[in-house]
Design a protein around this ligand. Structure first.
Ligand code: HPA
Length: 287
């Protein structure tokens, strides 16, 4: 599982990517399960399949197409990842976060990361949007950090600070935007598990006891790499399912990938409006 990233690998990959971008990006966007539709809003897009960059590993999951889309979104030059690679696909943490390194090297200094997540806090409903205030990176705590291995100081420091990971000013701007647009938005802590199996009822109780408000299989590695590279990070979870909810813990609701994708589809307009309005504020010099 090793393969740590070197500056040279990033530089050679970005040399392939940069000439094909429509713009020099300011913001990198990671579009989670079912949220790929947001990339369709990008004006005069240029698409670059991950497969064209040999330093990137291919995605293996249905519903996660794999390409960068660059262009202008709400007045901001962006590079979006349509599809991401997960730890459960069998790649190393360093491999799955390589696209974040590339977005950084191409010029992005803000990362907006979205995901589909299971809601853990009482009262959460499928379709809710949650701004991520902090994360619990369970695989990272257990040694599956994308920063494991030799550190190249040109990419970031050996012991990067993670307090906070999610930028308070961006979070405040997102909350103001949601309020103005009358889009309900809650806040909370995201726990990352390795997956791909969904959690057992006992694991759900464990995660709640740890203080997690939502659970998913992505985001934390990308956010850590973005911070390592000095990016400011904003994270948004779309709650697609509420695992282990009443009628009773004895009859927990099953979670299926289909359900996760379907809720993603129905929430695209709201999520898309929130992200676009947020970007418009950034373009106007806020945040
Ligand atoms: N658990 C883990 N990952 C997820 C879930 C979940 O319930 N929903 C969407 N991604």
């Amino acid at each position: 599982m090793e393969t740590s990233v070197t500056f040279e690998t990033v530089a050679s990959a970005v040399a392939l990517l940069e000439p094909r971008l429509a713009v020099r990006p300011r913001v990198g966007l990671i579009l989670g399960s079912g949220l790929n539709g947001l990339a369709d809003e990008i004006h005069e897009p240029a698409s670059i399949p991950y497969a064209d960059i040999p330093q990137l590993v291919p995605s293996t999951v249905a519903g996660h197409s794999g390409r960068f889309v660059s262009g202008i979104l709400s007045g901001v030059p962006v590079i979006a990842m349509q599809g991401r690679v997960h730890l459960y696909e069998g790649y190393s943490p360093a491999e799955i976060t390589m696209p974040v390194r590339l977005m950084r090297a191409a010029g992005a200094d803000v990362l907006i990361v979205t995901n589909a997540a299971g809601g853990l806090r009482d009262g959460m409903q499928p379709g809710d949007l949650m701004a991520i205030t902090d994360h619990i990176f369970l695989p990272g705590l257990a040694g599956f950090s994308p920063l494991r291995g030799p550190n190249d100081e040109r990419l970031g420091v050996r012991f990067p600070d993670m307090s906070p990971v999610y930028d308070p000013a961006l979070l405040a701007l997102l909350e103001r935007t949601a309020c103005e647009q009358q889009i309900p938005l809650t806040k909370g802590v995201y726990a990352m598990v390795a997956g791909p199996s969904y959690e057992t009822p006992a694991e759900i109780r464990l995660l709640r006891a740890l203080g997690a408000d939502a659970v998913g299989m992505s985001t934390a590695p990308e956010a850590v790499v973005a911070r390592h590279g000095g990016m400011r990070v904003l994270g948004i979870s779309l709650i697609t399912n509420v695992p282990g909810t009443p009628p009773s813990e004895a009859e927990p609701q099953a979670t299926t990938h289909q359900q996760v994708l379907q809720v993603g589809q129905s929430a695209v307009p709201r999520m898309s409006c929130l992200v676009q309005s947020f970007l418009a504020q950034l373009a106007a010099g806020e945040g």
